[in-house]
Design a protein around this ligand. Structure first.
Ligand code: PLP
Ligand code: TYF
Length: 396
């Protein structure tokens, strides 16, 4: 019955990791996937996570079902994390549900919006995380793009605004809350304000994807986009991921928050999202949610998390500086200062597809075809190797 089934291409990001795993070179470096690695090249187990897990183990709780919309203590703490000081003003019309990572949150949001706005289109940045297009297409949406990255490495804000000015009411605008994937280019506070005002005028629904909160300037500073929309008090959605900020990738823990139009909308919206969850996976897994709830509800563990997040953030910045400095010395005719201005885990390096192929075949260094590299996978041991390899392919 499956003879007619077509072979699909690999995920452009996860496919690179498959090729990396198959490479036998001892010097191989994976700068493809967006995963934070510590100075020793390992995915860290954060102390705050370990302590929370030990506490959960001591409690010897049974593995019962979690409510459809997630662990209440998780949903409550995450709403405060996402909206911080703006939460009290939103609370009576806010819906926050535990989701299976940031991807699961996006999928819940996509399926929900598809039922409420069946004729809407969704607008994503050009370029964006590859899975945005795939996920919203799979949910039945027509996916369009708005200009974002300019060929000169700058941000095409005028193009973004021009597109937004033409959108019909009900269309959805997907924005990266901070640490844009893949470009590392974020909007300035005044630009967020302008987008918010224009989206409100057009009746466009903003959907903020927050997968890297805390990786640019810290949790509070990185909330600028969320705060801007929250202060306006109009409906919008936030998808949140703990994969990177708590290094909980495999636990699949995230959340979808929907700021509805008013208290009367809260119950109906929650019921729709619960229907989607129930018919997709019934209820979320408990371990990741319980771990996060423990960390966020114990001030000592929360403080420890903030420290550990700062260490990850600072290490990434040091790696950016190290890479930019080495390239400046080795390729003096090119400007690499953009590497230190970009934010988050990625650098859109400007490497051509041919250069990326050469990095892979000659040096076993894996980047995305788009030239995106994950600077969070650099460390003191591979920095010289990577910089020299990039300098070599750029000179050819
Ligand atoms: N959104 C963006 C922009 C991402 O880069 C990622 C990366 O993983 C996700 C969402 C998905 O997060 P998760 O891995 O928690 O599903
Ligand atoms: O962009 C990245 O590398 C991360 C990890 O389907 C990722 O966001 C990549 C692809 C994917 C899921 C996660």
């Amino acid at each position: 019955p499956f003879a007619h089934v077509q072979q699909l291409p690999r995920d452009p990001v996860l496919g690179i990791t498959e090729a990396f795993v198959a490479d036998s070179s001892p010097r191989k470096v994976n700068l493809g996937v967006g995963v934070y690695l510590d100075e020793n090249g390992h995915v860290p187990l954060l102390d705050c996570v370990q302590q929370a897990e030990e506490e959960l183990l001591r409690r010897k709780g049974p593995h019962s079902y979690v409510p459809i919309d997630g662990i209440a203590a998780f949903d409550n703490a995450v709403a405060s994390l996402i909206f911080s000081g703006e939460r009290p003003s939103l609370d009576e019309r806010l819906v926050t549900v535990q989701a299976l990572g940031g991807t699961g949150a996006l999928k819940l949001g996509a399926d929900f919006l598809r039922t409420t706005n069946p004729s809407a289109r969704i607008w994503i940045s050009d370029p964006s995380w590859e899975n945005h297009r795939a996920l919203f297409s799979a949910a039945g949406f027509e996916v369009e793009t708005y200009p974002y990255y300019r060929a000169d490495g700058g941000l095409d804000f005028a193009g973004l605004i021009q597109t937004l000015s033409s959108l019909p009411s009900g269309d959805i605008l997907l924005l990266h809350a901070c640490c844009h994937n893949p470009t590392g280019l974020d909007l300035e506070p005044y630009q967020w304000a302008e987008i918010q005002a224009l989206a409100a005028e057009r009746g466009v629904i903003p959907f903020l994807d927050a997968a890297y909160l805390g990786f640019a300037d810290g949790l509070d500073a990185d909330r600028v986009a969320i705060d801007t929309f929250a202060q306006a008090g109009l409906p919008f959605l936030v998808s949140f991921s703990f994969s990177k900020s708590l290094s909980l990738y495999g636990e699949r823990v995230g959340a979808l928050a929907v700021v509805t139009g008013g208290a009367a909308e809260r119950g109906p919206v929650l019921s729709q999202i619960k229907r989607i969850a129930r018919t997709t996976y019934s209820s979320p897994p408990s371990h990741g949610g319980a771990t996060v709830a423990t960390i966020l509800n114990e001030p000592g563990l929360t403080a420890l998390w903030h420290d550990e997040l700062a260490l990850m953030r600072d290490r990434i910045k040091a790696m950016r500086e190290g890479l930019a400095e080495r390239l400046r010395v080795q390729v003096p005719d090119r400007d690499f200062s953009f590497i230190t201005r970009q934010r988050g885990m990625f650098s859109y390096s400007g490497l051509s597809k041919e250069a990326v192929e050469m990095l892979r075949s000659r040096f076993s260094i894996y980047a995305l075809d788009s030239g995106r590299i994950c600077v969070a996978a650099l460390n003191k041991a591979n920095l010289d190797i990577v910089a020299e390899a990039i300098a070599t392919v750029l000179r050819e």
